[in-house]
Write a protein that binds this ligand. Structure first.
Ligand SMILES: Nc1ncnc2c1ncn2[C@@H]1O[C@H](COP(=O)(O)OP(=O)(O)OP(=O)(O)O)[C@@H](O)[C@H]1O
Ligand SMILES: [Mg+2]
Length: 260
């Protein structure tokens, strides 16, 4: 479904673009249809950059991205626009994707309108259907984003994305901004929807335990490269790369510190 081939991204800035940061360094990976891959690594390891390249929201410096067999790098602007609804992103902060001046109803109806996905008279029903899918009470529908909780906002953001019936989603730390108890609910919701709609998922997190819960494969990123790939359970039990071991140790330490 998604294939990244030898992706490198070098950010340049400054005088004559002389300051270079290699954010992603020769990464190849693929996710089968309906599969879920977790990308884990410390801050600055290149996860967000790679996730955005997978959607061609950022251009790689070198490398190819294929979506459902189509080479995204070779698509014209209009062909890319046509394919856009099929691949979507869920951000860490739901406020990024919700317009504060729109009611929750309007936020979810907007993509239906823009992409002309349902007849205008059927829009309200579709919005309610999406509301139900993400486990929101219908009485919230007339509220503005500032009138609902963080967890509810993330559900609305999710409904907005699901309105497009995407086949591939990149979720970039989608619950990192939420309280722990709400985090668990939203994660299980994403998992349920993923199974139900056979979504292909690229799930970004710095928490290996969340990835174990969400994904069937995990890739560990360090300084722009994938240092290890396998099943989450296998990697947690028997990490091969010293960096992965460090990541696991750090997680246990912070948990002990949190008194878990
Ligand atoms: N637009 C940009 N211009 C220049 N450098 C950038 C840009 N975006 C990211 N970088 C750099 O690229 C590297 C990878 O960043 P990226 O955001 O992909 O990491 P990340 O793994 O998502 O980190 P985090 O866990 O903090 O979200 C970092 O060194 C970062 O400073
Ligand atoms: Mg990031």
């Amino acid at each position: 479904m998604i294939e990244l081939e030898a992706i490198t991204k070098i950010y340049t800035k400054g005088f004559l673009r002389q300051q270079k940061t290699t954010a992603v360094n020769n990464v190849s990976l693929s996710i089968k249809k309906g599969g879920s891959l977790g990308l884990v690594g410390e801050s600055g390891s290149g996860k967000t950059t790679l996730g955005r390249i997978a959607l061609r929201l950022i251009e790689p410096t070198i490398g190819t991205v294929r979506f459902d067999g189509v080479n995204l790098m070779a698509l014209s602007r209009s062909a890319l626009r046509q394919i856009r609804p099929r691949m979507q992103i869920v951000f860490q902060d739901p406020d990024t994707s919700l317009d504060p001046r729109m009611t929750v109803r309007e936020c979810i109806a907007e993509p239906l309108k823009i992409w002309n996905l349902v007849e205008p008279q059927d829009r309200e029903d579709r919005v309610l259907e999406l509301f139900d899918l993400v486990g929101l009470q219908p009485d919230l529908i007339g509220r503005f984003p500032f009138e609902i909780s963080g967890g509810q906002k993330q559900r609305v953001a999710l409904a907005r994305v699901l309105a497009l019936s995407p086949e591939f989603i990149v979720a970039d730390e989608p619950t990192a901004a939420l309280d722990l108890s709400v985090q668990a609910q939203v994660l299980s919701l994403i998992k349920t929807i993923q199974k139900k709609t056979n979504l292909t998922l690229l799930f970004i997190s710095h928490d290996l335990q969340i990835i174990e819960q969400m994904c069937d494969t995990v890739a560990v990123m360090h300084k722009g490269a994938i240092v290890e790939q396998g099943t989450p359970r296998g990697i947690l039990r028997d990490p091969k790369d010293p960096y992965t071991q460090k990541l696991i140790d750090a997680a246990y330490e912070s948990e002990a510190w949190l008194g878990k």
